[in-house]
Each structure stands twice: as structure tokens, then as C-alpha cells.
Design a protein around this ligand. Sequence first.
Ligand SMILES: *[C@@H]1O[C@H](CO)[C@@H](O)[C@H](O)[C@H]1NC(C)=O
Ligand SMILES: *[C@@H]1O[C@H](CO)[C@@H](O)[C@H](O)[C@H]1NC(C)=O
Ligand SMILES: *[C@@H]1O[C@H](CO)[C@@H](O)[C@H](O)[C@H]1NC(C)=O
Ligand SMILES: *[C@@H]1O[C@H](CO)[C@@H](O)[C@H](O)[C@H]1NC(C)=O
Ligand SMILES: *[C@@H]1O[C@H](CO)[C@@H](O)[C@H](O)[C@H]1NC(C)=O
Ligand SMILES: *[C@@H]1O[C@H](CO)[C@@H](O)[C@H](O)[C@H]1NC(C)=O
Ligand SMILES: *[C@@H]1O[C@H](CO)[C@@H](O)[C@H](O)[C@H]1NC(C)=O
Ligand SMILES: *[C@@H]1O[C@H](CO)[C@@H](O)[C@H](O)[C@H]1NC(C)=O
Ligand SMILES: *[C@@H]1O[C@H](CO)[C@@H](O)[C@H](O)[C@H]1NC(C)=O
Ligand SMILES: *[C@@H]1O[C@H](CO)[C@@H](O)[C@H](O)[C@H]1NC(C)=O
Ligand SMILES: *[C@@H]1O[C@H](CO)[C@@H](O)[C@H](O)[C@H]1NC(C)=O
Ligand SMILES: *[C@@H]1O[C@H](CO)[C@@H](O)[C@H](O)[C@H]1NC(C)=O
Length: 445
Amino acid sequence: MRSALLLLLFSSLVVDAAWTPSRRSDIDPTTRNPVKRNSKSQTCIVAKSQGNNTDDAPNFVKAAQQCKSDGVIVFQEGVDYNIFTPINATLSNVEVQIKGNLHLPQDIPTIQALVNKTTGGNLPWISLSGTNIALTGVQNVTTGWIYGYGENWWNANAKNGTGLAGRPHLIKVHALYGNNIYVRNTFIDATTVPGGGFPFNTATNVLIEDSVIMNGDDAITVENGAENVTVRNALIGGPGCHGTSVGSLGQDQTVFNRVKNILFTDITAVNCVYGARFKSWVGGQGLAQNVTWQNYHVENVTFPIYVTQTYVNQGSAQTQNSGEGSNTTATVNGRLNNASVVMENFTYENWTGTINTYQRGDWSCVTNPCWYDVPGADGTQSIVIQCSNSTSCSDYQLKNIQVTPMSSKPASVLCTYLDAKANPSSGLCVPTGRTCPRSEGAGTK
Ligand SMILES: *[C@@H]1O[C@H](CO)[C@@H](O)[C@H](O)[C@H]1NC(C)=O
Ligand SMILES: *[C@@H]1O[C@H](CO)[C@@H](O)[C@H](O)[C@H]1NC(C)=O
Ligand SMILES: *[C@@H]1O[C@H](CO)[C@@H](O)[C@H](O)[C@H]1NC(C)=O
Ligand SMILES: *[C@@H]1O[C@H](CO)[C@@H](O)[C@H](O)[C@H]1NC(C)=O
Ligand SMILES: *[C@@H]1O[C@H](CO)[C@@H](O)[C@H](O)[C@H]1NC(C)=O
Ligand SMILES: *[C@@H]1O[C@H](CO)[C@@H](O)[C@H](O)[C@H]1NC(C)=O
Ligand SMILES: *[C@@H]1O[C@H](CO)[C@@H](O)[C@H](O)[C@H]1NC(C)=O
Ligand SMILES: *[C@@H]1O[C@H](CO)[C@@H](O)[C@H](O)[C@H]1NC(C)=O
Ligand SMILES: *[C@@H]1O[C@H](CO)[C@@H](O)[C@H](O)[C@H]1NC(C)=O
Ligand SMILES: *[C@@H]1O[C@H](CO)[C@@H](O)[C@H](O)[C@H]1NC(C)=O
Ligand SMILES: *[C@@H]1O[C@H](CO)[C@@H](O)[C@H](O)[C@H]1NC(C)=O
Ligand SMILES: *[C@@H]1O[C@H](CO)[C@@H](O)[C@H](O)[C@H]1NC(C)=O
């Protein structure tokens, strides 16, 4: 039932905008499909192995070796491929076309064993790196899906348990590292699996458009090093979906993190914990500049607009001060609060929809208070902005945020340190249908 609903919603998105990219090319003309066909270009079809339970990942590797520069790699329409082992390819001027369906493994122990072998348990299942890469699907939503089988993981997790080991980084479908990346018409169903849909790390000049992502973590996350990233026309959802995120930044307290010129536009988010989320770590350092989340429609989202500077990995015993997983000898509380990632020019514009009032969060709490608990939040907050001090947030602008609680109570805003002088156009205290109970624009709690 859930996917039927989401497909219906997707259809209306299609009618609205998704299949008319040519008319929308005004948004970001510099990052269209960067792959140029030339006389050297060749096409490599990914073979389908005999039998329903055979891994087709080696066939991809073979195709990617042959077509690693100036090529087109095709997962054929009408074919169901098994991607039972992680894919990792470095490509140059290559388009990867996902026309058939890709099925990730359902056998949990095998996956855990692979994740266990990696440092920090960080294993992107599909990882493409290089320059001028396009990852394109098909417009027809009945094919071109990546299936993550997240429900198996959810079901195997003991009630109120801390989650299966080897889980959080498992279905990081598509870690794309590189320059000039274009992603279009990609459909991902990793429903309820923690693991980002598209983590972008050190990715520059990226355009993702017309995608459907259903999962149990960030649908899209823009990480340290990203510059000039545009995401437009996406439907994201699924219980436990954590929205469109920037961060987490500043995990390693010794490294200055940076992201710049990030635009999320024309996004529909359904049943997510967050719509737009920024997250940075206590004592992390860095600079996030010119980030925009515009033209959003949220349905039943717990925290539509959310900024935190005290991010941690829940239930983790790691100090997490020198890269994920690399220091397990101390606790999060050991982090020095002696620095802050700075945010400049964050814009939120034209939001509509509803706040989840009745079944908040995603039942993934293993700590008390829950990791997504916000002191003072009561289910009416359309906006939660928690800056670490009065200089860490500047030139915030919030315009036309029409998001209301499902309970029909008036919407409200929680802000910490959104300094009025540093944010003269935040718009937060001239609300229409909004109240500003904590900050009154002057910012400090
Ligand atoms: C593969 O699965 C299909 C559908 O379940 C079945 O009809 C077919 O016989 C299977 N083929 C093999 C080789 O197991
Ligand atoms: C991809 O494979 C290469 C060679 O095995 C390895 O060095 C690299 O770390 C891998 N990259 C990712 C993102 O897994
Ligand atoms: C992976 O490591 C976890 C502990 O980190 C352990 O509980 C689990 O049994 C391991 N799984 C496999 C398949 O090696
Ligand atoms: C979409 O794909 C399905 C399955 O391959 C096919 O039956 C259907 O005709 C296609 N629809 C369009 C509009 O191409
Ligand atoms: C899980 O936690 C909830 C809320 O604390 C509690 O009501 C429920 O009984 C717990 N379930 C189990 C199986 O422990
Ligand atoms: C980002 O875009 C700007 C404006 O088009 C351009 O000047 C800059 O070089 C781009 N950054 C990178 C890393 O390519
Ligand atoms: C709202 O989202 C929550 C969490 O995903 C879900 O449990 C609940 O059924 C949703 N409510 C509605 C009315 O869709
Ligand atoms: C801010 O980012 C957007 C989207 O990437 C870009 O179009 C714009 O040029 C940037 N603004 C400045 C002043 O760099
Ligand atoms: C891990 O953290 C502890 C406590 O902060 C520190 O004493 C130790 O040097 C760290 N180890 C590494 C390898 O960073
Ligand atoms: C904000 O925090 C940063 C890093 O800790 C510090 O350098 C700065 O002085 C602080 N600003 C204020 C006004 O407290
Ligand atoms: C940030 O906002 C200020 C004030 O509106 C403006 O002067 C500046 O050009 C903006 N910078 C960027 C990079 O958008
Ligand atoms: C926001 O909505 C207003 C009113 O419909 C419109 O004028 C404006 O162009 C929109 N902004 C964006 C960034 O689409």
C-alpha cells in the first residue's frame, strides 16, 4: 500500500515538473549531463548471469573495465540484476544507464561480514568515482529501480534493540565522489534501511534530478568538500527517511570542513523525520556557505526545517574526534566544545505541507533522551534552528514557510542563537500563522 501511494504521488510530481527538464534548465545550466560522446565512445552491456541467485556485480566490473573512459555502461531494460557484492569503479566521461532493476542482497550475515572488513564499517554498496560521470535511469517508473530490501533488516532487529551490527553504513547506495556528476531518473527503494541514498563527499559540480528515494536515513546528504551541488525534482519518503541533508560536518575536530553553493529545489518529502536538515558536531570546525532549500512540499514530516550543531551518532561509544570509527576508546562527551562550524547564507523559501503531530520520529531511539528529541519541541515546530552560538549562523533567510501541524494547532518556531543583527532578513519574527516563542529574533534562548 505504501509504495502504491508513493507511486501515485510521484505521478503527480511527474505531471508537475519532472519530465520537462528542458524547460527547467534555467536553474543550473552549468551542470547538465557532462558526458560527451566522441569517436572513442563505446557501449558495454552488463551481462546477466544464468540463474536467479547469481551475482551480477562481476559483470558490471567487467563492463566498467572495458568502458571506463569514454563509454556507456548499460544495465538493460527488462533484466533483473543481482548486485550481491559492492560495486566500485573509477570512470572518466562515462554514462551508467540503469534501465533494468538492481537487487541488493537480502542475506544479512554475508553483508555484515563485508561491512566488518572495512575500516569504520563504512561501505558504500555502489561507489562511482572519477570525472564526468552520469548515472541515468529511465522515465518509466516501473523499471530502473534499485531495491535495497531494508524491511529485512528492520524486521531482524530485536524490538527496542540497538539495531543489527554492520547496519548503519550498509546500503549507502551511490557514494559518488568526483567532478561533474549528473544523476537523473534514479529510483531507490531501500525502505527503512539506515544508510544514505546519495551521500556526496568531495563532489563538485553535481546535478541530481527526477529521482525517487525511499529509505531509512538521509535520502540525499551533502558532505565535506561538496561544491556546486543541485538537487531538483525529487520525491523522498519512507518511515525513517531523514530528508535532504547537509552534513554531518566537523566530525573530526582537527579538520576544517567546507561546503558551498548547494541548492535543493522542488522536493516532496513524505513521512520523513526531517525535510531539510543541517548537522554539525560539537567542537567541529568548518564553513557552510550559500545553501538553499526551496519549493518543498512536506507531508507528515516531524521536523520540516532543522539545524543542529550538536550532532552525534546515537548509542556510539566513539569519541568520534578523528574520523568515524577510528577512536573507540572514549565517549562523545569527551569532545571539546572549542569551535563551531559556521553557516552563512542559508535560505529556505516556499514551503507547504504538514508537520507530523501524532506519530513523531521513526522508532529508532536507543538512547534516552532519543537522538531526535528536541527540548521544548511539542509537534508544532515548522522550524527548529539551533545555532551553537551567536556567531555561528548569519544571513539566514526564511520566506513563505506555510507548514502546519496535522493537529491543526498553530505552527511555531524554536531558535537558539539566531542572532538578529547577524540575520537581519531571517523573517522569523514577522510570521504569518507562525509564532516565535523562544527567540523573538534576538536569538538567545
Ligand atoms: C527464476 O525465477 C523465476 C520467477 O520466480 C522462475 O520462473 C524461474 O524458473 C527461475 N529460474 C531459475 C533458473 O531458477
Ligand atoms: C575502490 O577500490 C579501490 C581498490 O580496491 C580502493 O582503494 C578504494 O578505497 C575503493 N573505494 C571505495 C569508495 O570503496
Ligand atoms: C560483524 O561484527 C559484529 C560486531 O561488530 C558481530 O556482532 C557480527 O557477528 C559480525 N558479523 C559477521 C558476519 O562477521
Ligand atoms: C513501462 O515499462 C513497463 C514494463 O517494462 C511496460 O509494460 C510499460 O509499457 C512501460 N510504459 C511506458 C509508458 O513505456
Ligand atoms: C519497547 O519500548 C516501548 C516504549 O518504551 C515499550 O512500551 C515496549 O513494551 C517495549 N517493547 C519491548 C519488547 O521491550
Ligand atoms: C562552482 O561554480 C562557480 C560558478 O559557476 C565556479 O566559479 C566554480 O569554479 C565552481 N567550483 C568548482 C569547484 O568547480
Ligand atoms: C506519519 O509518519 C509516521 C512515521 O513515518 C507514520 O508512522 C504514520 O503512519 C504517518 N501518518 C500518516 C497519517 O501518514
Ligand atoms: C549560491 O549557490 C547557487 C546554487 O548552487 C548558485 O547558483 C549561486 O550562484 C551561488 N551564489 C553565489 C553568490 O555564489
Ligand atoms: C582517542 O581518544 C582519547 C580520549 O580523547 C585520546 O586520549 C586518544 O589519544 C585518542 N586516540 C587516538 C588514536 O586518536
Ligand atoms: C562562538 O564559538 C566560536 C568557537 O567556539 C568562538 O570562536 C566564538 O568566539 C564564539 N562566539 C561567541 C560570540 O561566543
Ligand atoms: C550573503 O548574504 C549577504 C546579505 O544578504 C549578501 O550581501 C552576500 O552577498 C551573500 N553571500 C552569498 C555568498 O550569497
Ligand atoms: C516563491 O513563491 C513566490 C510566490 O509564488 C514566487 O514569486 C517566487 O518566485 C518563488 N521562489 C522561488 C525560488 O521559486
